[in-house]
Design a binder for this molecule. Structure first.
Ligand code: SF4
Length: 153
């Protein structure tokens, strides 16, 4: 199940990536979520296939995780691919892009964590870690307990 409905919460009009193809968060198995993965943004392969975490690094994570469970939710801080138009390579999201996509991110996380109560939330990379730390500090989701934040997996 794709969480396309939350895309309308993103402030795309003000976002530098407004003309990019969007990749929604995905819940692999509607019956439950054991592991929620929060990453940075889709890459080339994700945009081509229209689903998160199907590129090289996603494949590696899936290979490891799916030995244990297929009940996985995939969420990215950005729903679009931040591309350096000069080098045509992926670049880190700008603060503006993160801000514009934040309401959508918060809503995706809220939905997955409150509805499915995953056993583990795996946070990948510095940008995702910062966003999760922001949520923890804001106490916006008092029922959600992020007991540990991991990055660089
Ligand atoms: S990154 Fe988010 S806010 Fe920016 S255009 Fe894509 S969906 Fe909209």
């Amino acid at each position: 199940m794709f969480l396309e409905q939350n895309l309308c919460l993103a402030n795309c009009e003000s976002c530098p990536l407004k003309n990019s193809k969007k990749v929604s968060s995905l819940i692999l198995d509607d019956s439950g979520v054991d592991v929620c993965i929060v990453g940075q943004s889709p890459g080339y392969e994700e945009v081509q296939q229209g689903r998160p975490f199907c590129g090289r690094s996603g494949d590696l994570i899936n290979k490891i995780l799916q030995q244990y469970t297929k009940k996985i939710a995939y969420i990215n801080v950005l729903s679009c691919r931040p591309l350096d138009t000069v080098t045509n390579k992926d670049r880190p999201p700008s603060a503006m892009e993160v801000k514009c996509c934040r309401a959508r991110l918060d809503s995706d996380i809220d939905y997955v964590l409150t509805k499915f109560l995953p056993k583990i939330t795996l946070v990948l990379g510095v940008i995702a870690k910062k966003e999760i730390q922001r949520l923890v500090k804001s106490k916006k989701f008092p029922n959600i307990n992020f007991s540990e934040v991991n990055s660089g997996v």
